[in-house]
Design a protein. Structure first.
Length: 318
């Protein structure tokens, strides 16, 4: 257990280091110059040089990288080129919105996906499985942005069941906050629910057709006990893996959903920063999302030791 944990920790640290290098170099390969953007296109070379010196862009690339990493470790990502606001404050104001949306969407995906997956596995070859598989095919085939626009037009504007846009913090007004997040969370979580459904069904079918399950049924174990004690429990390893991978992807992929529903999350901040060439913000946002993705997957790997005792025995992931 300890060996496995230490092994995953140093692997995550190495991955984060490599990711920071990729982010740092990638931002500098983007067209345009932060100093010129900050000083203005019509600024004279002296003004641009002064801004470049203040941002540290006149120093060698290795020195810039070490400065960037040293400041990032302390939570200092510099200031926005566009507004002059500390980037840390901008991320602190927008990241909670995206995290709330991602967690809500993943909750929807897990509950709906596992429910449809269990139905499809238990009722193989019958109409409930066709319905579950039809949902999965629909959710995987329809683009999220198109489904989001339709949801706004029909469920929000015409029927008035949900607000078309806006955000209320669940910490200030819990019920109203969840109400505002429900429709975008459902839209964002549908594709991930389809993935959970398919993997849950496949895992449960393998378990329910295994020899030890046939033996349990022959000994008189009820159908519900077989389904939930053996089938669903064994599928949790697969579902945990999917949740870890998809949750990081949800945080990074909420850009379109936030744009459609007018949510002031990190996705909107990213798009605004790209359009205005606000390089310090883009650099910080990408690094924060990458770090979140790595940490989430580390936590998921450590959860294997709780869910599957074989990981504790072998000291490595399956």
């Amino acid at each position: 257990m300890l060996r496995y944990t230490l092994n995953r920790l140093w692997q995550s640290a190495l991955t984060l280091l490599l990711a920071s290098i990729v982010v740092f170099i990638g931002i500098r390969l983007l067209p345009g110059d932060p100093a010129t953007a900050m000083a203005g296109e019509e600024a004279d070379p002296a003004a641009i040089a002064a801004v470049s010196e203040r941002l540290g862009l006149d120093k060698p690339i290795p020195v810039q990288y070490l400065t960037f990493v040293g400041n990032a470790v302390q939570g200092d990502f510099g200031e926005s080129v566009r507004t002059g606001t500390p980037v840390t404050d901008m991320i602190g104001a927008t990241l909670p919105v995206t995290v709330q949306l991602a967690i809500y969407a993943m909750l929807v995906a897990v509950l709906a996906g596992m429910a449809f997956g269990v139905v499809a596995a238990v009722f193989r070859g019958r109409w409930p499985e066709w319905v579950a598989n039809g949902f999965s095919l629909f959710a995987l085939s329809v683009p999220t942005f198109w489904l989001g626009i339709l949801a706004v037009l029909y469920l929000a504007v015409q029927l008035g069941w949900f607000p078309a846009s806006g955000y209320v913090s669940p910490f200030d007004e819990p019920l109203r906050g969840l109400y505002y997040l429900t429709l975008p969370s459902v839209i964002l979580g549908m594709t991930h629910a389809a993935v959970v459904q398919r993997q849950t069904r496949a895992s449960m079918v393998d378990t329910l057709t295994a020899d030890f399950v046939r033996t349990a049924r022959a000994k008189g174990l009820s159908r519900s006990a077989v389904v939930f004690r053996y089938g669903l429990r064994n599928s949790l390893i697969v579902v945990t893996t999917i949740v870890g991978l998809q949750l990081g992807g949800l945080i990074a992929g909420a850009v379109v959903t936030e744009r459609i529903f007018g949510l002031p999350g990190i996705g909107k901040l990213t798009l605004d920063s790209v359009f205005t060439r606000d390089y310090p913000v883009i650099q910080a946002v990408v690094l924060v999302i990458t770090t979140a993705y790595i940490v989430i997957n580390l936590v998921v790997d450590l959860l294997y030791t709780v869910i599957d005792p074989r990981v504790r025995v072998s000291g490595r992931a399956r």
